[in-house]
Design a protein around this ligand. Structure first.
Ligand code: PHB
Length: 251
């Protein structure tokens, strides 16, 4: 693809424009996109116009820009996240009905836990997780499970630090983190009180595909001092059910 004077390809410039959108920044002006993408303003404006014409971005009445439904449609079509979510949803709904807190599903993506689904009871406690949002691997229950079963190379890199403290109780010591990850692989779950916010306890289990490889983490966010044994049983049962559903509809 044609390179710009700065050496990046057209695809890279489009990605830089799309990457300026975040979980906390869903609507922007074209000028803001230009600044945040680091592209020359005229280039950013032109790419925004073209993406709006293609339906990948949308403009509101005030001429501000957001990610378009067409982008959502294309991204979901045939994606592995959609298949996983479809297999998981009936089980997540059952866990949710019984425990009445937050139930969520995450995959490993670019060194972070990326959340593809979250169900919450209206009266459930605090939870900073968002669908299509990310949490650090070492500072969330889902992340710890994904890291425990993830590639050796990733584990070595993360254990090498720096391990940034998100809360006062985040594990920031590589040796301690290595022990926690060993424990997770031994017992098949994690209970992580206060690792991302002091008022909550995250609990998580792995989800395996038909070949037994861990492809996701199923977690709950509970109030800090809530009992964890019952919810963990629910998560384990759901994880087995989701794996069976994934194996059954193997293409
Ligand atoms: C966790 O997975 O450990 C977790 C996630 C979100 C929260 C609290 C805990 O708000």
């Amino acid at each position: 693809m044609a390179n710009s004077p700065t050496g990046d390809t057209m695809a890279e410039r489009i990605v830089r424009v799309l990457d300026t959108f975040g979980a906390d920044r869903t609507i922007q002006t074209a000028a803001q996109i230009g600044r945040r993408s680091g592209l020359p303003s005229s280039t950013a404006h032109r790419i925004v116009d073209e993406l709006v014409r293609a339906g990948l971005l949308e403009r509101d009445e005030e001429h501000r820009v957001r990610l378009g439904m067409r982008l959502w449609e294309l991204a979901l079509r045939g994606s592995s996240a959609l298949r996983l979510r479809q297999a998981a949803l009936p089980w997540m709904t059952m866990v949710q009905a019984r425990v009445r807190e937050h139930t969520q599903l995450a995959v490993l993506e670019l060194d972070e836990a990326l959340f593809v689904e979250r169900l919450s009871h209206p009266e459930a406690g605090a939870n900073i997780t968002r669908i299509a949002g990310r949490l650090p691997l070492h500072a969330s229950s889902s992340g710890l499970v994904l890291l425990a079963y993830g590639p050796e190379e990733l584990r070595r890199r993360v254990l090498g630090g720096p391990l940034v403290a998100v809360s006062a109780e985040t594990i920031t010591d590589g040796g301690e983190l290595a022990r926690v990850l060993d424990d997770i692989r031994r017992v098949g779950y994690v209970v992580a009180p206060g690792s991302i916010e002091s008022v909550s306890t995250g609990i998580a289990v792995p989800i395996r595909d038909a070949r037994g490889a861990v492809i996701a983490a199923l977690s709950m966010v509970l109030p800090r001092d809530a009992p964890t044994a019952g919810p963990l049983d629910e998560l384990r049962r759901a994880s087995t059910g989701i794996s069976a559903a994934l194996s059954a509809d193997r293409p």
